[in-house]
Design a protein around this ligand. Structure first.
Ligand SMILES: Nc1nc2c(ncn2[C@@H]2O[C@H](COP(=O)(O)OP(=O)(O)OP(=O)(O)O)[C@@H](O)[C@H]2O)c(=O)[nH]1
Ligand SMILES: [Mg+2]
Length: 427
């Protein structure tokens, strides 16, 4: 009897031990985020040391300027070892738990905000984390023309799963350049106020637009990264994101990604296109073969149709924005003074640059990233896709195919097939 019960106890102990081993193995990925994090930028084939700071942007790759769509570039990891679940049914699609294994890009979220924006940016961060970043833990850079206060830092750091960084914008990136006639600028603001143009009388809005057009990507903190994802206060993300959009950009040699496009108010940019034409004449070397001029103009560039990508959402290449081509473009526009003598927005400024200075295949429409910034929504058109992505947006609010959107034009100039059901959403 005594021998029998000792054997019994031994069996129970062995069973417990095996159960503990099984539990540890099956949960190890979830309970050791720092271990998974070490995959960032490593050469997973050879098991080399992390190379997270190594540039990963395709700008130095050997891909031709007018490369075909979906041009793949060399990576310092083996993509097939960590397949991305790009569509329902792809390997790993159902795995939304825990920290995602595989490589990380040298990328960051970036937000320009005031201290008073803290609760609205908190909502945005919560959405980005829940739908994507809790599995990827990318960093977040916050920029401000005033020092961030403790509340802002505490709240945002508590919400972001990656590292947070806080930057103070130098005065020279947030002030009138010396060549601007302040009296003339003041007069314009008065006129725009009377004409009831939104933000028409605001000085800070103009500094913001100029900063986003020409300076955010070369702030000291941003120099550590190759890709950015811009997030504004009060936005919503409506669907799960099953793969890493930064990695998608890198592997497919994309430089600029958008979700919503529309027409700009002409009152804010009456002479922008003249300024762009001057730049094109002075710098033909910066205009890409196979560009997306057809998105911007119906007459081969004579006039601007006002189409632009809505820049409050952007995923893009910082190395492209830091390129000589983009800097020459920004400096040429900046000299012409329209950020202050009119009210040029960073959305048309970025969009025109992308459409003219990149081959059109390097611009990507993220159909599967559902997004809201007042007053427009991008909600995936295809019913099956929305269900698979567990979206909570109302498809009737999808702006893509409505009259004021330029997304139909984007599809047409790229000969892209529109998603099932698009015609039902036109009105
Ligand atoms: N630090 C700082 N950030 C600003 C300032 N003005 C705007 N921003 C930020 O710049 C971004 C764009 O400003 P918004 O006020 O959202 O401009 P908008 O998207 O054109 O207009 P809304 O429809 O009001 O959202 C947001 O992330 C703001 O938080 C400012 O004066 N200082
Ligand atoms: Mg906004």
């Amino acid at each position: 009897m005594a021998t029998g019960s000792a054997r019994h106890v031994r069996y129970v102990l062995i069973a417990c031990f095996l159960l503990a081993v099984f539990y540890f193995v099956s949960n190890s990925r979830d309970i050791s985020p720092s271990l998974s994090g070490q995959f960032a930028g490593t050469n997973t084939k050879s098991g080399n040391a992390p190379e997270a700071q190594q540039p990963v942007d395709g700008s130095s790759s050997s891909v031709a300027k007018d490369s075909p769509n979906q041009a793949k570039i060399k990576t310092n990891y083996d993509p097939s070892e960590f397949p991305m679940a790009l569509k329902p049914g792809d390997p790993g699609w159902d795995d939304l738990a825990g920290i995602k294994d595989g490589p990380r890009m040298n990328a960051t979220f970036v937000t320009l905000a005031r201290n008073s924006d803290v609760w609205e940016i908190a909502k945005s961060i919560r959405q980005v984390e829940d739908r994507f970043n809790r599995r990827y833990n990318y960093d977040w850079v916050f920029l401000n023309d005033q020092p961030f206060d403790d509340t802002f830092k505490k709240v945002t750091t508590s919400l972001v799963s990656g590292k947070t960084h806080y930057g103070l914008i130098p005065v020279e990136h947030w002030s009138f350049p010396e060549w601007i006639d302040r009296d003339k600028a003041e007069k314009v603001r008065q006129d725009m106020k009377e004409a009831k143009i939104i933000y028409g009388d605001s000085v800070s809005y103009r500094h913001m637009c100029r900063f986003e057009s020409g300076f955010f990507f070369r702030q000291e903190l941003m120099m550590n990264y190759d890709y950015y994802w811009r997030v504004e206060p009060s936005i919503e993300l409506y669907c799960d994101i099953h793969y890493d959009p930064f990695r998608f950009m890198h592997e497919n040699n994309k430089k600029y990604g958008f979700v919503i496009s529309l027409y700009e108010y002409i009152e804010t940019i009456p002479t922008l296109w003249d300024s762009v034409k001057k730049f094109m004449k002075n710098h033909p070397e910066h205009i890409a073969a196979g560009n997306a001029m057809g998105f911007l103009s119906e007459d081969g560039g004579e006039t601007y149709n006002k189409c632009h990508f809505w820049s409050n959402f952007e995923i893009g290449s910082l190395n492209w924005l830091r390129s000589k081509a983009y800097i020459d473009y920004f400096e040429s526009l900046d000299r012409d003074g329209g950020f202050f003598y009119e009210r040029w927005g960073d959305a048309p400024v970025h969009s025109i640059a992308a459409a003219l200075m990149l081959p059109k295949e390097e611009i990507h429409f993220f159909e599967d990233i559902a997004y809201y910034h007042v007053p427009f929504t991008h909600c995936p058109t295809d019913d099956k896709l929305r269900t698979a992505l567990r979206c909570h947006c109302n498809p009737n609010e999808n702006f893509d195919w409505k009259g004021y959107s330029c997304t139909t034009r984007w599809f047409d100039i790229n000969n892209m097939e529109k998603p099932e059901g698009w015609e039902d959403q036109k009105k």
